[in-house]
Structures are given as C-alpha cells and as structure tokens.
Design a protein around this ligand. Structure first.
Ligand SMILES: [Fe+2]
Length: 255
C-alpha cells in the first residue's frame, strides 16, 4: 500500500500583552508580569521546541520605553525568531529602534514558502484606542494584491470585531469596516489575529479565522460591563499552518 506522508506544517506561536516594566516583579492589576511571562516562555520551550517563529501582538512594555531592553533580553533566550508589532501601551518608534536586529524584531511582513504574515500597527498616538491609518490599510492592500498565492495571516493589536466585553470594545479598531473591505477582496486571507483583550477569542467570518490569545500577564473577564480580573492563568496560542491553507490552532494556559 502506498502511503503519502502529510506535508509538514509551519509552526507559529503567538504571545501577547507582556506589559513588562523596567523593575522586575512589577504588577498590573495585582498580577506579577514577570512570573506570567517566564511561565509561558518555559512552557513554549518545553512543548514547542520545533516552532519556526513567534509573534508578539503588542503591549510588549507597560508604558515604559526603557523596558524594551528587558523584552529583548528575555525573548532572545528562546533562540527563535520573534516578530513584534506595537499595542496601545507601546512606543512604536522606540520599539522599532530597540528591536531593529537580532532574534527579536519589529516586523511588518513575514514571507515563508506557502504563507505570509502582515503585521499592522493599530495604535493611535496619545490614546488607548484602535485605529488603522490609511498607510496601514494601503500596506495590507499592496501585499495582498502582489502575492495572491500565499495564504495570509493578518496580525494587529486591537480587536477588529466585538469582544462582547463593552469596556474593551470602546477601544476596538474604529475603522474595522475599512479593514474588512480590504480583506473581503482577497480569498487567500486565512486568519486575523490580535491581542489587547487579555482573553481567548475564536470566531469565523466568511471562512476567515478571527482569533485572540490570552495575555502573558493579567486576564480580563469577558462579557462584563466594567473591568474585572479573571482568575484564569496566563497563556499563549499555537498555530500549525499547512501548505494547502489548512490551519490548526489552540490555546495553552500555564498555571
Ligand atoms: Fe494589554
């Protein structure tokens, strides 16, 4: 009997919302941000040693630009390419400079044999709100129209659809309709991936996966009107991306 080995997938890990500060052991909403990140990274090293690269979908630091050095030092220990985009607690220009080379980088576009990743900046200077500047939408449109063969994952920080959590939805991508009007023109788009909501999220829209990962620090309780800390542990999301466009994904919680 002839058996055909399944094609090997691209293996990608997503972590998000590190909120690291200069002082080790700093807390956000009462939760030690270093403890959560360390536990998540140790779990990834033990359970995903064959990962091809990692995505970090924003809020690398907690309002302290000096903390990018700690982010870089901590993530480069993975000895894995780590590609980052900014969130509302980041400093995009400082982040681009501090993470300009080495294992841990600010990146806009990742190309592999069968997949491409577009990393957008949804931060809006001076506010926590999400918005995609015309230049971000133009970049996305250009990359999609010039490479129609590669299955595509679009990454950003803010949620472009309702998270069902009213206080978080006040910050969602304000021009989400403009984003989806671009995405709807390109059938190679397989997934839109974000952070910001400090919770797991999974839905589908026109066959496109809509996915968020838990934060590496504090978790927010979904579907409550006011901010409320959830007692779930930190976590991360893993992806297996196949040459034919098939996508497997799951969330790991790290107690
Ligand atoms: Fe965050």
């Amino acid at each position: 009997m002839l058996t055909v080995a399944p094609a090997a997938p691209l293996r990608v890990i997503q972590i998000t919302d590190l909120h690291l500060k200069v002082q080790p052991g700093s807390r956000i909403w009462g939760v030690d941000v270093d403890t959560g990140l360390n536990a998540v990274l140790a779990h990834i090293q033990e359970n995903h040693p064959d990962a091809d690269f990692m995505l970090v979908t924003g809020d690398l630091v907690g309002d302290e630009p000096e903390a990018y050095e700690r982010v870089r030092q901590r993530l480069e220990l993975l000895q894995l390419p780590v590609y980052c985009l900014p969130g509302n607690h980041d400093f995009p220009a400082t982040m681009s400079w501090m993470l300009r080379n080495g294992w841990v980088r600010r990146k806009r576009h990742i190309v592999t044999d069968h997949w491409q990743f577009v990393l957008l900046d949804s931060s809006f200077p001076g506010t926590p709100d999400g918005h995609l500047a015309y230049s971000e939408l133009a970049l996305l449109d250009t990359l999609l129209v010039t490479d129609t063969d590669r299955h595509t994952v679009v990454c950003l920080h803010h949620n472009p659809v309702s998270s069902q959590t009213p206080w978080l939805d006040t910050m969602m991508v304000s021009n989400h309709a403009a984003l989806f009007s671009v995405l709807d023109r390109y059938p190679q788009v397989r997934a839109v991936v974000w952070g910001h909501i400090h919770a797991e999220f999974s839905a589908r829209r026109n066959g496109v996966h809509l996915l968020a990962a838990p934060a590496t620090c504090v978790q927010f309780k979904p579907r409550v009107p006011e901010p409320q800390v959830d007692d779930l542990p930190p976590g991360y999301r893993w992806f297996e991306l196949y040459p034919d466009g098939a996508l497997r994904t799951g969330v790991e919680r790290v107690g």
